[in-house]
Design a protein around this ligand. Structure first.
Ligand code: C2O
Ligand code: CU
Ligand code: CU
Length: 469
């Protein structure tokens, strides 16, 4: 078993850190509805220690000099107002992954706004209708900009957050660095584009290789996991001591009926899960990543220390069903009558479809970047009216995994028995997999659809749909 104390693939010792406690904002009395949270996010180069002992700080691009960027926390229904300042040597933007917002705030250069030039600024302002775990990142030259560190968590708390001992967020990312700590700068090279994307050699939790966490036990923990890697997939197995338990309570921000975690939890780039962990007094919980069978490693170990007074025992008997978000449901009848839209994914290594204009295609078309010019010769993959329901027929005709993401909407997988799966904004397609998604267009505008393996996105696996009022 490998740990992350060193480069993945080498063996090691442990570092220990305290998890800290509940962010103080969550301890305050509930603010009046429709508060405005105002902040500035400045993207600029910074050197940050991410590698193991013996490496130098790595030259990254960061929000406010932090990696990951500052966690933004606000209440459901509140308004977020962000002044984005671009101090990078190239244009940029911020996209608010998973937030259902007005199209002109979606942060997609060429589609919803002009790119923010070096030295430029842009004000994002929108309400957050859904509680849950979301994140933010640029949407310009994404493979490089996210690969250099421009990622951050956006947590929307319930109006009345559930009783817990700790509410923690882990932004999961990885980096490709050399033994001195220098970042490999061949972003979106042709090999990564045509294969599984840029997979790093250090895996980071909140920007750190720390893999051991101590918490006063017993305790009840809400753990929010965000897969913010360019390409790395996670397949997490949980091994706890006897009185510890792990439940899945939300997927991509949206609550589900809590379900004990008995198998590995898959987490692909862009996706999130919320877990409810009950940790016994001196128990421990081991989290291993089995996504790549030849490279299984320990992601983290959470250990309970002491017998600190905790509410855990009392909480355990309480129901942690979070309230549904105000997503307009897809009506059965509407779904039966819904138009089918095919989305056929082709290309990549081992494919005959690889062409000069892009390595990957959606319905035969490669969209390789979203500068403004591109729009004028690219038509939307499909067009909808506000309120319209469609069935998206995804067909992955490639030999590769693709976490497909849609902006501005949530969707549900239509299961074999016609039941609808949980709400998601990003869903992983296995090689050769076909899948039907049900979705309802809520908000007018032009919305992206793309693979969240950023090297695939960069080399063609991208398109958009339009919603007209
Ligand atoms: Cu998180 Cu269009 O992306
Ligand atoms: Cu998004
Ligand atoms: Cu892909």
């Amino acid at each position: 078993m490998t740990t992350r104390r060193n480069f993945i693939g080498q063996s090691v010792g442990l570092t220990v850190a305290s998890l800290g406690s509940l962010p103080s904002t969550t301890l305050l009395a509930a603010p009046p509805v429709s508060d405005v949270m105002t902040l500035t996010l400045t993207a600029s180069p910074s050197a940050i220690q991410v590698g193991p002992d013996g490496t130098q700080p790595t030259q990254l691009w960061c929000f406010n000099g932090q990696f990951p960027g500052p966690e933004i926390r606000l209440r459901q229904g509140d308004r977020l107002r962000v002044r984005f300042v671009n101090q990078l040597p190239q244009p940029s933007s911020i996209h608010w992954h998973g937030i259902r917002l007005p199209n002109h705030m979606d942060g997609v250069p060429g589609l919803t706004q002009d790119p923010v030039p070096p030295g430029g600024e842009f004000i994002y302002e929108f309400d957050c209708p859904d509680a849950g775990t979301f994140w933010y990142h640029p949407h310009f030259n994404s493979a490089e900009q996210l690969g250099r560190g421009l990622i951050g968590a956006l947590v929307v708390e319930e109006q009345t957050p559930p009783a817990l001992d700790h509410d923690l967020t882990w932004v999961l990312s990885d980096m490709r660095i050399d033994p001195q700590g220098r970042l490999n700068e061949s972003f979106s090279n042709r090999h990564d584009q045509a294969h599984a994307g840029r997979i790093g050699n250090v895996v980071l939790i909140n920007g750190s290789i720390t893999d051991r966490f101590m918490l006063p036990g017993p305790s009840r923990i809400r753990l929010r996991l965000i897969a913010a890697t360019n390409a790395r997939l996670f397949e997490l197995k949980f091994k706890g001591t006897k009185d510890s338990s792990v439940q899945l309570i939300a997927i991509d921000g949206h609550p589900i009926t809590p379900k004990p975690v008995t198998e590995a939890i898959g987490l692909a780039p862009g996706q999130r899960v919320d877990l409810l962990i009950d940790l016994d007094a001196s128990g421990s919980l081991l989290i291993e990543d089995h996504a790549y069978p030849r490279n299984v490693y320990k992601l983290a170990e959470i250990t309970g220390v002491g017998t600190q007074q905790s509410h855990s025992k009392a909480f355990k008997t309480t129901n942690l069903q979070l309230a549904d978000n105000p997503v307009p449901p897809v009506a059965r009848a509407a779904l039966r009558q819904a138009r089918s839209v095919p989305l056929v994914i082709t290309g990549g290594a081992m494919s005959r479809a690889t062409r000069a204009d892009g390595i990957w295609q959606i319905n035969g078309h490669a969209m390789t970047d979203h500068r403004r010019e591109d729009l004028h010769h690219m038509k939307p993959n499909f067009k909808l009216k506000v309120g319209e329901v469609v069935q998206l027929q995804l067909d992955n005709q490639t030999a590769w995994f693709h976490p497909m993401h849609l902006h501005g909407v949530v969707f549900q997988q239509v299961m074999a028995d016609q039941s609808l799966g949980p709400y998601r904004d990003t869903i992983l397609l296995s090689p050769g997999q076909k899948m039907t998604l049900a979705m309802r267009a809520d908000s007018p505008g032009l919305w992206m659809i793309h693979c969240h393996v950023l090297e695939h996105q960069h080399s063609g696996l991208m398109g958009y749909f339009s919603v007209e009022s």
